[in-house]
Write a protein that binds this ligand. Sequence first.
Ligand code: ZN
Length: 267
Amino acid sequence: MPELPDVEGFKRLLARNALRKTIDQVIVSDARILGKLPARTFIARLRGARFTAVRRHGKHLFAAIDRGGWLTLHFGMTGALQTARNRETAPPFTRVRFDFVHDGSLAYTNKRMIGRVGLVEDVDDFLAEEALGPDALDPHLDFDGFRAAVLTRKRDVKSVLMDQQVIAGIGNIYSDDILFQARIDPTKRIDRLSPDELKRLFQKMREVLKVAIAHGAGAEQFAERAPKGSLLPSRHKGGLCPRCRSPLRVFKVGGRTGYCCPTCQAC
Ligand SMILES: [Zn+2]
């Protein structure tokens, strides 16, 4: 499921392959991904236009349209952005495709159709409406800001990390790895962490996300190429801790399945 590092990968892909190119045609193969927005409105706004900038907040991606407004992309469980060199070879599960004049295509793919493609007039208004917390890699988010945000909740630390209205960008997979690297029990209440644990949580949150981006998160089969010591490749039944080889503990919070090491995290 795409989380902050994956969406950052899609952001870079869009920036490299789609900025400042004139959109020749827009193909909506499945209009359900647009929600209530009529496909013809969407197509009319974008045909002949150009994307001039790209911005990410948490798991949301935005591309500025030269005529005004922004394209919004949310990837849900199985969404991705991919490029296609020619129009006959669009990737499987392409829902929306942008063909650029003489210059390739950009495909939004989504197997399970959870996610959304849309238009907004203003990104900051959108973020306010969604009540999203600060982006987990926002350079203005310092430890004091992080602590103030997370201590508004009195729940288990994993649920708080995944709460997009507290901190935006982290989901089930990266919350497991962040808590593993910080050696914190994911089920512990966040307001019961020691000052040192809270500090470590903040540092590891940023480190894990940055390292994943640097290793090319967002591409297929990323877990197999994950950085050394990452929990990602072990997140499966029978998985072993990459540090001490203990069998990982499988647990549930808020309907999500998490993994932690009973030895390293005392969980
Ligand atoms: Zn361990």
